[in-house]
Write a protein that binds this ligand. Structure first.
Ligand SMILES: Cc1cc2nc3c(=O)[nH]c(=O)nc-3n(C[C@H](O)[C@H](O)[C@H](O)COP(=O)(O)OP(=O)(O)OC[C@H]3O[C@@H](n4cnc5c(N)ncnc54)[C@H](O)[C@@H]3O)c2cc1C
Length: 442
């Protein structure tokens, strides 16, 4: 469809409203054959294209302004093979639907925390979430994938077939072809998790982050623990620990006892929840202006903690209850670090956490104000961090392949040269050295 067609606006919708990109042509692919024909069409007419699965990329790289976008949202197959403990999904399948389906069998794949994210897009970059402490990255549970390559070939990749591409798509992003299906191994999950939040006031931010660092280093595999520094619309600052514990309440209390030295929290609410209940809270829905950056840290050292605590003082206070500013800390280590950095394309196996300053708002004015602040925080913490996460690539950092892939970059480049020498798949982190600049209007 083109801009004049009914349904165009719906087809171009992505998570971040701040991205105005308008593709000249959107192809709503409903079958793998549609994908194949679209790639051939693009080749014949020398058209640049992008791939939109769940539409969650922060910079909206799933859309290509004035170019062609393959919208894969209707390829949303989800199938559990209970006998073999396998899950088959298409690129349009989103996390919330998958978690509901698999947990009905008391099984799950470790996926991300926001239910509307696309599982295939997430896994291509690595994929981390509440079960990663126990089962590693989403891509660590990937068994095989089906792909349409730049030359029109359709292949199935796994450890035994095309092992080089299989290595590359576990963290290397959407650089190698269109993934039309992924197969995962499923893991057992309990009936309920202990889930909830513990909040401390601003004066506790520094010691709380120091304790968080020690918890991350200890790497309790039952304890999923993300954190966030928050500024609310009344200017109140706080630190939130987001807990998802797989075990008994007594074990959870034991594991969290180290927080007691911080004194009484402002609030503490830990309740028993099923996995879909834990995973279904849509914290950041579509329809908002968003901006974020991300940086991996292997140490979360005191100097870094001080910079982050200080950053809370300079953030513009959210203009309404609907606007949010926070610096999120995504837990890593634990089972994620069981694999060596060179085992898959995902290079950050040694990281303790991913630090993500985020603004989320309905107000364009406040959105603009916070962008500058987030970039400044990113600049200040850069000397203490060790690169970026593929899934958080944006228009400013996507050309810096080395920061995403470290020593895995040369191997990725070789695979890219072999399977996509003309860099047709160029909307992910650039590993070819011939990055396509920002499309006009972006
Ligand atoms: C609110 C929010 C929460 C998030 N939470 C998490 C989290 O908990 N854990 C985590 O690890 N990440 C998280 N992310 C990051 C998310 O994993 C990435 O943005 C991921 O790329 C989203 O995939 P998608 O299919 O939704 O995105 P899209 O925007 O549709 O695609 C992004 C890019 O992925 C590639 N791609 C997509 N589909 C295909 C395909 N079928 N074949 C080949 N390449 C493809 C393309 O390069 C495309 O430009 C979050 C993002 C947001 C906005």
């Amino acid at each position: 469809m083109t801009v004049d067609n009914n349904g165009y606006e719906q087809a171009r919708e992505i998570w971040n409203k701040a991205v105005p990109a308008k593709p000249g042509l959107i192809v709503e692919c409903r079958t793998e054959e549609d994908v194949l024909r679209s790639i051939e069409f693009a080749d014949r007419h020398d058209l640049a294209f992008s791939l939109r699965s769940g539409g969650h990329n922060i910079a909206g790289r799933g859309l290509l302004h004035n170019g062609m976008t393959l919208n894969l949202r209707h390829l949303n197959k989800m199938e559990v093979d209970h006998n073999f403990c396998r899950l088959h999904v298409g690129p349009g399948a989103i996390l919330g639907d998958i978690d509901r389906l698999t947990s009905a069998h008391d099984l799950a794949v470790p996926l991300g925390v926001e239910p509307t994210t696309g599982a295939v897009g997430l896994t291509l970059g690595g994929g981390m979430g509440r079960l990663s402490c126990q089962y590693g990255l989403s891509c660590d549970s990937l068994v095989s994938a089906r792909m349409v390559l730049a030359n029109g070939q359709v292949i199935d990749v796994s450890e035994n077939h095309y092992p080089e591409i299989f290595w590359a798509i576990r963290g290397g992003g959407g650089n190698f072809g269109v993934v039309t299906e992924m197969t995962f191994t499923l893991h057992p999950i309990p009936r309920t998790f202990i889930h909830g939040g513990i909040v401390y006031g601003k004066e506790k931010v520094i010691p709380a982050l120091q304790i968080y660092r020690e918890i991350l280093k200890q790497g309790d595999r039952k304890l999923g623990l993300d954190a966030a520094l928050i500024v609310d619309h009344q200017g109140q600052k706080s630190i939130l620990f987001n807990v998802c514990f797989n075990g008994t309440r007594a074990e959870a209390e034991d594991s969290l006892r180290v927080l007691d030295s911080l004194g009484k929290p402002l609030s503490r609410r830990l309740i028993d929840k099923t996995y879909p209940e834990v995973q279904s809270s849509e914290h950041m829905p579509f329809g908002f202006y968003n901006y974020y950056q991300s940086s991996m840290t292997n140490a979360l050292q005191d100097e870094l903690i001080e910079i982050l605590a200080e950053a809370l003082n300079v953030v513009p206070v959210p203009d309404s209850e609907k606007s949010e500013f926070f610096i999120a800390f995504q837990q890593m280590g634990t089972a994620i670090s069981d694999q060596l950095p060179e085992a898959t394309a995902f290079a950050h196996r040694d990281a303790l956490c991913n630090i993500i300053p985020i603004s989320h708002t309905r107000s364009m004015t406040w959105h603009q104000k916070t962008k500058q602040c987030i970039d400044l925080i990113q600049e200040q913490i850069a000397p203490y961090c060790s690169g970026f996460y593929t899934n958080d690539c944006n228009d400013t950092n996507c050309q810096n392949g080395e920061a995403f892939f470290h020593t895995n970059l040369p191997r990725l480049k070789l695979i890219k040269q072999q399977y996509d020498p003309d860099n047709l798949f160029n909307r992910s982190v650039d590993i070819s050295g011939c990055h396509q600049g920002l499309a006009a209007g972006r």
